[in-house]
Design a protein around this ligand. Structure first.
Ligand code: NAD
Ligand code: MG
Length: 391
């Protein structure tokens, strides 16, 4: 059976890994939409090779460049954020949500509204608007399959199990670039140093978020939203090798672990072929050669982001959208050289308390418009904090 598929964020790390899998079996897929942002050459090349119906750049001003790159092919060109969401709403059996940041929320919702399966790499949508995303899936009989490696692992460990028997969920963290640095040195960590991950090849933003543990912080909230477990059932375990991706602990004391090489094509391929398992081009682990697995408790002083995620869940309402927006703004500030590495957590902490004290908007009903409004207000608040700290 040929399936209609779309890839949102096709030019990124997850998008390219998805294309790698799809391109291995071109006769099985009919590609509807590919979306990207500034990498027009890659977007056009893939859209032509996969014979997509439409290629969309999120940037209006790049429409002519995209048109030129697609000249002579049958692929339509479109540009702008509304066009990304329109492309996501075109009927597809399976959509990969792999835009980075809150920008992935509206297109993901549009994909859920047209039905089909949403393979969700964009964890920000669950952090910002978990209830809304899950409710949209329910109302439209669409399905969400997690693509974050930890969440795919949890999902797989839960197959055939009752949620009532789950005691705890343990998500592992590599510890990122600075896991072995003296804590005093973190304040002077540079963007270059934060942008290299010990195990995974990923986009720059999530790589820096791994060094600060903001990625794991987001994943705690993602776990809480997606699997409907309480915050105190979720544990983080530092596992420098990134081979055990998550463990589920049951009421009889058993732990079901998911073990595999650090290669996102596993989680992507699992979501692509679900409910079947199909052969995937990932390395087979030689456990005897690996010899041992290492674990450490996460250090709260080194990684304040973990505490901030728990405070966010305690605040409730739309504070998840505040957390994400503040985190994105702080990351922008660090990338732009306005603030230091450890100040990212300070910015998020100050923005959370400011927005919580302001009340009002964060406790309104969780609609897409309200989430986007809170996102906007939180970015403004975070930028004010950054200016104060930078100046
Ligand atoms: P990336 O930076 O490599 O790619 C991001 C994609 O989003 C690109 O296609 C880019 O063109 C597009 N994009 C960026 N800004 C946009 C905007 N404003 N509007 C529309 N499109 C925009 O990122 P990535 O590492 O592939 O991560 C994508 C998502 O998957 C993120 O939510 C990330 O947290 C999640 N994720 C990634 C990995 C990984 O291994 N890379 C693992 C787990 C989860
Ligand atoms: Mg992950």
């Amino acid at each position: 059976m040929v399936r209609k598929v779309s890839i949102l964020g096709a030019t990124g790390s997850i998008g390219q890994n998805t294309i790698d899998l799809i391109a291995r079996a071109p006769d099985s897929y009919d590609v509807v939409a590919l979306t990207g942002a500034s990498n027009i050459a890659q977007l056009a090349k893939d859209a032509i090779a996969l014979r997509a119906d439409v290629a969309v750049t999120a940037h209006d001003h790049l429409l002519d460049e995209l048109r030129a790159a697609l000249a002579g092919s049958d692929v339509q060109a479109a540009a702008g954020t509304a066009a990304v969401t329109e492309a996501a709403s075109r009927p597809a059996d399976w959509t990969m949500s792999a835009i980075v940041g809150a920008a992935g929320l509206a297109p993901g919702i549009a994909a859920l509204e047209q039905g089909g399966t949403l393979a969700l790499a964009n964890k920000e949508s669950l952090v910002c608007a978990g209830q809304l995303v899950l409710e949209t899936a329910r109302q439209n009989n669409s399905r969400i399959l997690p693509v974050d490696s930890e969440h795919s692992a949890i999902f797989q460990a839960l197959i055939g199990e009752e949620m009532s028997a789950v005691e705890r969920i343990i998500i592992t963290a590599s510890g990122g670039a600075f896991r072995d640095w003296p804590i005093e040195d973190l304040a002077h960590a540079t963007l270059d140093q934060a942008s290299s991950h010990p195990n995974w090849a990923m986009g720059q933003r999530i790589t820096v978020d791994s060094a600060s543990m903001f990625n794991k912080a987001m994943e705690i909230i993602e776990t809480h939203e997606f699997f409907d477990v309480t915050p105190d059932q979720i544990e983080v375990l530092v596992h420098p090798q990134s081979m055990i991706h998550a463990l589920v602990g049951f009421n009889d004391g058993a732990l079901m672990a998911h073990v595999g090489p650090p290669d996102m094509r596993h989680a992507i391929g699992f979501a692509l072929h679900h409910p079947q398992r199909q052969p995937l081009p990932v390395e087979r682990l030689d456990l005897a050669a690996i010899g041992q697995f290492e674990f450490r408790a996460p250090d709260a002083r080194r990684w304040p982001a973990l505490r901030l995620a728990r405070e966010t869940m305690q605040y409730g309402g739309m504070m998840g959208a505040v957390f994400n927006a503040a985190k994105e703004s702080a990351l922008d500030g660090f990338i732009a050289g306005q603030i230091g590495f450890t100040q990212m957590a300070d910015v998020v902490e100050d923005t959370l308390s400011h927005m919580n004290d302001a009340g009002g908007p964060v406790h309104a009903a969780m609609t897409l418009d309200n989430v986007l409004q809170v996102d906007h207000l939180a970015r403004k608040a975070a930028q004010a904090v950054i200016r104060k700290r930078a100046g």
